[in-house]
Design a protein around this ligand. Sequence first.
Ligand SMILES: Cc1ncc(C[n+]2csc(CCOP(=O)(O)OP(=O)(O)O)c2C)c(N)n1
Ligand SMILES: [Mg+2]
Length: 365
Amino acid sequence: MPRKPIKIKPKVEYLGILDGNGKFDEELDPKLDADKSLALYRLMLTARRLDERCINLQRQGRIGTYGPCRGQEAAHCASTIALEKEDWIVPAFREPGSFFHRGWPLERILQFWGGYEEGCCPPEGARELPIAVPIASQCPHAMGIAWAMKIRGDKHAVICYCGDGGTSEGDFHESMNFAGVYKLPVIFFIENNQWAISIPRDQQTASETIAQKALAYGFDGIQVDGNDALAVYAATKEALVKAKKGGGPTLIEAVTYRLSVHTTADDPTKYRTNDEVEKWEKLDPIPRYLKYLVKRKVLNPKLIDEIEADVQAQVAAAVERYEAGRDVDPLDCFNFMYAQMPPELEKQRDEFAACLQREGVGKGH
Ligand SMILES: Cc1ncc(C[n+]2csc(CCOP(=O)(O)OP(=O)(O)O)c2C)c(N)n1
Ligand SMILES: [Mg+2]
């Protein structure tokens, strides 16, 4: 009848590979080839430039409320690029790079934030769910996909993105439990950006790390420097290999920072200091990865300028396509949710249609 510590098999680790000056750990470096390294840089830059453009578009009334990803580009882009194209992506709402990487047209993202149904519509054959704004509601969906894959013998995996605030939701915990019990091929990728609107990380949970939450559900957790593209890539790759071998889920906590507003409807100066933001600006994932690529001679000043010009042109063209393609049917907001529309909704749709008719608004007007 002794009293003694209980040994728990799952473990929690920390991983960082690249520092702020382009110095990196040779042994831990995932050694991406030049093409993949450049693709990752381009992807992060595209997410950044589109993000900047979206803030401006919202301020000009050309899209609706927008939730930026500034500062979180390494977290979502490096994890997405580590996946195979058959792996499923279940996003939250700050992962535009995940969609571009999978071939969604950039204007789809603009359509989403512009309030158009098309922004929620995955291209044919996509293995990505659309953006999910209801916090952590995407986690049970990810479990459904992963469970179906397991039953069907599909040897791929699912990555489920979620915020630090999302880890306080029942949906998150139920999903973690389900994934642990059924040993699902899933990665819980937590973008710990230190804030959930105005709630700081230390008021969100009394846990020292978010990674350790995995232990309670019987699997490993790893905390990575989420502004270090190499660490994010390496941890994701490892978790994927494990999942595909039947080793079950992993929780990756990417420690990062929301450098911008929560959404364009938010004023962060009300709840956080400029000093804090400045501290994290110095850890910006993009210049950090750029220094590494220059050091490895994958990037040079000429190529940097070419990629920048190319990305900006791509974003500008997407904005043009978005604004040219506004001939949509407002009644679409009733479609796509139910195979058979419930009578109450049918009634609302008919009332709305009559109202559009009266006002002379809508398709064909
Ligand atoms: C179920 C639900 N409750 C509340 C909200 C309002 N809300 C939007 S974002 C957010 C905070 C989310 O924080 P976190 O999970 O850390 O994600 P972040 O916004 O930092 O990316 C809240 C409470 C919501 N969208 N969904
Ligand atoms: Mg957060």
